[in-house]
Design a protein around this ligand. Structure first.
Ligand SMILES: Cc1cc2nc3c(=O)[nH]c(=O)nc-3n(C[C@H](O)[C@H](O)[C@H](O)COP(=O)(O)O)c2cc1C
Ligand code: SF4
Ligand code: SF4
Ligand code: SF4
Ligand code: FES
Length: 618
C-alpha cells in the first residue's frame, strides 16, 4: 500500500491488518536486540527458519517467525518467546531449535531446561509474564518492545501505533500542549524538566521556524534504555516527535544518535523511510495539511554532546561544546531558532499520553513524578537488564523483587543512580521511593535511569574515583573549574585509594566540589560533585579507614591490600598456582599453598578461581 491520505484511511488499514492477523497461531519471537545478536541470535533465527521450512510448518501449523527488539534481559540471551503459549526460553542455541519446534510449537509442551530458574529456590518459571524480572514491571515506553518487529511499520500500526497521532491531528495544538502539561510528564534524559512547560515556552516565542529534537546520545556508561527503544520500537519515538512538532508548529526534526549505536541508526533510518512511504512523515501528513520530516544526526560518542547546547552545536556541524545557560534553547536553540529537545524515552511516552489521556498517565507514579521510568539495572544483582517500573517503587523492591537480590548472597551495600553525575545511596535508605525529587534530596539523581547495585565488596572511595575519572576524560575543557578542578579531584581521590591521603584531603575535595557546583559552565561540571559528596556523606568511615588506618575495608584498593592463603581452608588443589600470572604461588599438591607478596600484582585471579574460599585479602 502507498501513502495513506487520511486518518480514516489509516484506521481502515489498521482494521485490514487486524483481519489478516491470526494471533491464535504459533509465533516464534527471536530477540534481535544488540545483546542477543552478540550472543548468537541470528543463527538461532536461521535454525528456526530451516526447521520450519524442512517440516513444511508454514502450511501445517502456520508458524510465524519474527525478530524483535531487546526484551531487556540480555545477559540471558539469545531469548526466544513463543506465542500464544507465553513461554520464554533463555540462552537458546541453534541445536535447541528442533526440540523447541517439536515440543513447544507442535506439542504445546515446555522444554524445562531452557526456562528461567529462580536463583535462590531453583524453581522453574516458563511463562514470560510470571518471571519475577517481568512480573513487577509496567511497560509504557517499552510497550511494544519484544512483541513487534521494529522493521515492520505494519506491526506497529497493528499494535495501535500512530493512533495517538491521529487523535492529535484532530486536536488544537494548544490542547495537545495542555494535555502533556496535565500528564505531569517530566523529561527522562536527566534533568526531569516538565515536558509540557518546555513546549509551552517554545511556542510562546515568535518565530516562523522551530525545531524538534530527540536526544539519543546516551553517554552514561552501562546505560542502554534509549538504545533499546530506538532499536526495538523506533516508530514510538517518531510518532511522539510528529505529535510534538504538530503541537509546536515545527516542520523539521532531528534525532541525535551516537555512531556507536549502528543497529539503532539502521532501524530508525528504515522506520523513517517506512513512515514517509505511508504518508506519516513528509508533506501533508495524513491529509492534514501539516508537513514535518525528521533527519538523523550522528554523534561521535562524546558524553558532553548529550548536553542540550553541545548537542545542538554538534547537529549544526560545529564543535560539540556547551554554552552558557542564560540563553535558553526554547528561544535560541538549533541554528538560533526556538527548539524543543527531549529525550528518546520522553518522546516514546507522548503517543500513549495523547491516546489514553493525561489523567490516565497522571494516575501512575508519585505526586511529583508521574508515569513510569525505564532503568538499566546492573551490578551485583542476580537479574540484570532493562526494566520499566512505576515511579515511586522503592530501591529495595527494584533490587529484590525484580533484580532477584544480591549476587552470591552477599550483603547489599548501596546503589549508584543517575550515571556519572549521580550519587550513591546506602542500603539503609533503600526504602526510598525512586522518583526525581527523592533521589535529588538524597544527594543523587534520577539521571537517565542507570542503577548500579553494589555489594559489600565495593569500595565507595574507588567508586567516586571511577566516576570522577570518567568525567575527567569526557570534560570538554571549555571552563576552568571543570578543566582544572576535576583532574585535581581525581588526584586527591587517587591519593586516598593509594594510602597517601591525609585529613586535609576530605576538606579539599569538599572545597573543589563546591567550586564545580557553582562555577562550572554546564551540567557535566555542576553535577560532578555528586559521586564524591554522596560517598563522603554516607560512607565517611570508609574514607577515614583509607586515610587514618591505610586500610580499604572492601579489599579493593590495590595499594592497601595483600593477598594470602588461609592454610586451614587450603586443600592444596593447585588451581590458583596454575592460574597465577606471576607464578608467585607455591606449595605441594594436597598441602597448603603460600603467596610471595613481593611478586604478587594483586590481580585477584587466585581468589576468583579458588573454590574453597581459601584466598583471603587483608
Ligand atoms: C553532560 C551531560 C550529558 C547529557 N547526556 C544526555 C543524554 O545522553 N541523553 C539525554 O536525553 N539527555 C542528556 N543530558 C540532558 C540534556 O541536556 C537535556 O536536558 C535532555 O536531553 C532534555 O530532554 P528531556 O527533558 O526529555 O530529559 C545530558 C546533560 C549533560 C549535562
Ligand atoms: S563544565 Fe566541563 S564539560 Fe561543561 S563546559 Fe565546562 S569544561 Fe566543558
Ligand atoms: S585454589 Fe584455593 S584450595 Fe586450591 S591451592 Fe589455591 S588456595 Fe589452596
Ligand atoms: S593476586 Fe594475582 S598475582 Fe597475586 S598471587 Fe593471586 S593470582 Fe598471583
Ligand atoms: S538484546 Fe535480547 S534481551 Fe536484550
Amino acid at each position: 500500500m502507498g501513502a495513506i491520505k487520511s486518518v480514516e484511511q489509516l484506521e481502515a488499514y489498521r482494521r485490514e491488518l487486524a483481519a489478516a492477523a491470526r494471533p491464535e497461531l504459533p509465533t516464534v519471537l527471536v530477540c534481535f536486540g544488540t545483546g542477543c545478536q552478540a550472543n548468537g541470535a541470528r543463527p538461532v533465527a536461521e535454525a528456526f527458519m530451516d526447521v520450519i521450512k524442512e517440516q513444511g510448518l508454514e502450511i501445517d501449523v502456520n508458524v510465524g517467525i519474527k525478530t524483535t527488539g531487546c526484551h531487556g534481559y540480555c545477559e540471558n540471551g539469545p531469548l526466544v518467546a513463543l506465542r500464544p503459549q507465553d513461554i520464554l526460553y533463555l540462552k537458546v542455541k541453534p541445536e535447541d531449535v528442533p526440540e523447541i519446534v517439536e515440543e513447544t510449537v507442535k506439542g504445546g509442551r515446555v522444554v524445562e531446561r531452557l526456562v528461567y530458574r529462580d536463583k535462590a529456590t531453583g524453581e522453574a518459571v516458563a511463562r514470560y509474564s510470571e518471571i519475577p524480572f517481568y512480573r513487577h514491571q509496567q511497560r509504557i515506553a517499552l510497550r511494544h518492545i519484544g512483541t513487534i518487529d521494529p522493521a515492520s511499520i505494519d506491526d506497529y500500526i497493528l499494535a495501535g501505533g500512530y493512533a495517538g497521532l491521529t487523535k492529535a491531528l484532530a486536536m488544537k495544538p494548544d490542547d495537545i500542549i495542555s494535555e502533556v502539561e496535565r500528564s505531569g510528564l517530566r523529561g527522562r534524559g536527566g534533568g526531569g524538566f516538565p515536558a509540557g512547560t518546555k513546549w509551552r515556552s517554545c511556542v510562546a516565542v515568535e518565530s516562523d521556524v522551530r525545531y524538534v529534537l530527540c536526544n539519543g546520545d546516551e553517554g552514561d556508561p552501562g546505560a542502554f534504555m534509549d538504545r533499546s527503544i530506538m532499536e526495538g520500537d523506533p516508530h514510538s519515538v517518531i510518532e511522539g516527535m510528529i505529535i510534538g512538532a504538530y503541537a509546536l508548529g515545527s516542520h523539521q526534526g532531528y534525532i541525535y544518535v551516537r555512531d556507536e549505536y549502528p543497529l539503532a541508526i539502521r532501524n530508525l533510518t528504515a522506520a523513517l523511510e517506512a513512515a514517509r512511504e505511508k504518508g506519516l512523515l513528509g508533506e501533508d501528513i495524513l491529509g492534514s495539511g501539516f508537513s514535518f520530516d525528521i533527519k538523523i544526526s550522528r554523534g561521535g560518542g562524546a558524553f558532553v554532546c548529550g548536553e542540550s547546547s553541545a548537542l545542538m552545536r554538534s547537529v549544526a556541524g560545529e564543535v560539540g561544546e556547551p554554552r552558557a545557560k542564560y540563553i535558553r534553547s526554547v528561544e535560541r536553540g538549533l541554528y538560533d531558532k526556538p527548539t524543543v529537545l527531549n529525550n528518546v524515552e520522553t518522546w516514546a511516552n507522548v503517543p500513549e499520553i495523547i491516546l489514553k489521556g493525561a489523567d490516565w498517565y497522571a494516575s501512575i507514579g508519585t505526586e511529583g513524578s508521574k508515569g513510569t521510568k525505564v532503568f538499566s539495572l546492573v551490578g551485583k544483582v542476580n537479574n540484570t537488564g532493562l526494566v520499566e517500573v512505576p515511579m515511586g517503587i522503592s530501591i529495595r523492591e527494584l533490587v529484590e523483587n525484580i533484580g532477584g537480590g544480591i549476587l552470591g548472597g552477599k550483603e547489599f551495600k548501596a546503589v549508584q543512580t543517575g550515571g556519572p553525575s549521580g550519587g550513591c545511596i546506602p542500603e539503609r535508605l533503600a526504602d526510598l521511593p525512586i522518583d526525581f525529587d527523592s533521589l535529588t534530596e538524597a544527594g543523587s539523581m534520577m539521571g537517565s535511569g542507570g542503577i548500579i547495585v553494589m555489594d559489600e565488596d565495593t569500595c565507595m572511595v574507588d567508586v567516586a574515583r571511577y566516576f570522577t575519572g570518567f568525567l575527567v576524560e569526557e570534560s570538554c575543557g571549555k571552563c576552568t573549574p571543570c578543566r582544572d578542578g576535576l583532574p585535581r579531584m581525581l588526584d586527591l581521590l587517587t591519593e586516598i585509594t593509594e594510602g597517601c591521603g591525609g585529613e586535609e584531603h576530605l576538606a579539599m575535595l569538599e572545597g573543589l566540589c563546591d567550586l564545580l557546583t557553582w562555577g562550572a559552565l554546564c551540567g557535566l561540571g555542576t553535577s560532578a560533585a555528586n559521586p564524591v559528596l554522596s560517598t563522603i556523606k554516607y560512607f565517611r568511615d570508609e574514607y577515614e579507614a583509607h586515610i587514618r588506618d591505610k586500610r580499604c575495608p572492601a579489599g579493593v584498593c590495590k595499594a592497601l591490600i595483600t593477598y594470602h592463603i588461609d592454610p586451614e581452608a587450603c586443600t592444596g588443589c593447585r588451581l590458583c598456582a596454575k592460574n597465577c600470572p606471576q607464578e608467585c604461588i607455591t606449595g605441594k599438591r594436597k598441602e597448603p599453598h603460600t603467596i610471595d607478596a613481593d611478586k604478587c600484582i594483586k590481580c585477584g585471579v587466585c581468589k576468583d578461581v579458588c573454590t574453597f574460599d581459601a584466598v583471603r585479602i587483608s
